[in-house]
Design a protein around this ligand. Structure first.
Ligand code: PEP
Length: 259
């Protein structure tokens, strides 16, 4: 099921709300310096909105692109505090994380909200990174597959992917995020196939293979990335904690390139 996916592993850095402005710019400078070695991978860095402009300037001409951690579902209007995908695009952002489990949990972001965000991103030719993942309890109760299928269907039912569209689905088990815990790569492979089946129920298998990458996120680090990327369905990784250190992040990219 690797299709075209592995010609260029996708590595996305999610800095969350973890860095001061000066730490973010320092990290961006270090990533720019290291990025000559990223050749062969597609690397996307997602800072906070407040640092987008400065990080865009630093990464300009580097081997890493700029992404965003979220967006609103309208292009413009009376939506105090929100940031539209068009505003992000003005900074050169093409890739936007949507439906991260932290937003689902802390901001009660619903399937409908996530669906609307993906719809507007696709309509603007931008690339959503839809995050899906089961909780510890769902997994323990044997509800993992049901939960993931529901998340995929809520986000994507009724959408079309045409020639220009690209979509990424990030499988992020909620119980692994930020835990430092490794997961059996066979479990990732199995779960990616479950996700792929849901995607094939919505689109067609050929559309899925041509337009959708499935990546893994959850305590990815330089030590485990090779084992995860060796699995045929894993087209890349979404990296939180390990993306906050330029040396460790660059080692993750190197590991993804090797496998
Ligand atoms: C994330 O929050 O998307 C993530 C994968 O974080 P971490 O790598 O820290 O588990």
């Amino acid at each position: 099921m690797r299709g075209n996916n592995h010609k260029q592993p996708l590595v996305i850095a999610n800095w969350k709300m973890k860095l001061t402005a000066s730490a973010a710019l320092d990290l961006a400078r270090k990533i720019k310096k290291a990025s000559a070695k990223y050749r062969g991978a597609e690397v996307v860095v997602c800072p906070s909105f407040t640092e987008l402009g400065a990080v865009a300037d630093i990464l300009d001409g580097s081997g890493a692109a700029l992404g965003a951690q979220d967006c609103f579902w309208e292009e413009q209007g009376a939506f105090t505090g929100e940031v539209s995908p068009k505003q992000l695009a003005a900074y050169g952002v093409a890739t936007v994380i949507v439906g991260h489990s932290e937003r689902r949990e802390h901001l009660r972001e619903s399937g409908d909200m996530i669906h609307k965000k993906i719809r507007v991103l696709l309509s603007l030719g931008m690339r959503p990174v839809l995050c899906v993942g089961e909780s510890f309890d769902e997994r323990a109760e044997g509800q993992k597959e049901v939960s993931l299928a529901a998340q995929v269907h809520q986000a994507l039912d009724g959408l079309w992917l045409t020639r220009a569209h690209e979509l990424v689905v990030a499988y992020e088990p909620v119980w692994v995020i930020g835990s430092g815990q490794d997961i059996d790569p066979n479990e990732i492979e199995h779960t990616h196939q479950v996700i792929r089946q849901s995607l094939c129920d919505i689109f067609t298998p050929s559309v899925v293979d041509e337009h959708i990458k499935i990546i893994y996120g959850g305590s990815v680090d330089p030590e485990n990335v090779g084992r995860y990327m060796a699995k045929p369905s894993v087209a890349g990784v979404l990296v939180g904690t390990a993306s906050l250190d330029a040396t460790r992040f660059s080692a993750v990219v190197a590991g993804a390139l090797k496998s």
